[in-house]
Design a protein around this ligand. Structure first.
Ligand code: CUA
Length: 187
């Protein structure tokens, strides 16, 4: 049999329990909000780790994008690195020479405004942003020529900003690479 005092006790206990759970659920939401806000602020305040920067004003004078360093080069692990600059209104080199069936790393940047880097008949589509190095990987199955139009409007000469990628036989490329450190189609 429940007497008056017990009933009041029970009601108070139930009330306490409801209050506790209410505080707990509000607390969980508050903690999640703090975590989300901290993560957002941290993201905004710190550059992403994978981003490489470069000073577009000194590209031609110092660093990996000096003229003698542009074009295709064989790395010690047998892969090929291609360094390219986009500028109003051309790419350097104008014709990129690469071997078929070989992992290729493109490292590219812009000397002035944002340009697009698109290799026809492939899914390679990047932006060249002044101040940043765009890094992307490719492997061409077979020899052949690909057109490479700039696909970001970059000024009055945008329409005429084109380059070419020439894929040649693997052996032919590495034979050429033994003679020269940097290659483009002129070789
Ligand atoms: Cu460069 Cu459009």
């Amino acid at each position: 049999m429940i007497v008056g005092a017990d009933r009041a006790d029970g009601a108070r206990l139930a009330d306490q329990s409801v209050r506790r759970w209410a505080f707990l659920s509000v607390g969980v939401v508050a903690v999640l909000v703090v975590i989300a806000a901290a993560a957002g602020l941290r993201e905004a305040a710190m550059p992403q780790v994978a981003v490489e920067t470069v000073d577009p004003r000194t590209l031609h004078i110092t660093g990996e994008f000096v003229e003698a360093n542009l074009g295709s080069a064989v790395e010690t692990d047998g892969t090929v690195t291609v360094r390219v600059i986009g500028q109003q209104y051309s790419f350097t080199p104008q014709c990129i020479l690469v071997p078929a069936a070989t992992p290729i790393t493109f490292r590219a940047t812009s000397a002035d405004v944002i340009h697009g880097f698109l290799i026809g008949e492939t899914n390679l589509n990047e932006m060249l942003v002044p101040g940043y190095v765009s890094v992307f990987h490719a492997r061409f199955k077979a020899p052949g020529d690909h057109v490479m139009p700039c696909h970001e409007f970059c000024g009055v000469g945008h329409e005429g900003m084109w380059a070419k990628v020439r894929v040649i036989e693997t052996k032919q490329f590495f034979d050429l690479a033994r003679k020269r450190r940097r290659l483009d189609c002129a070789e």
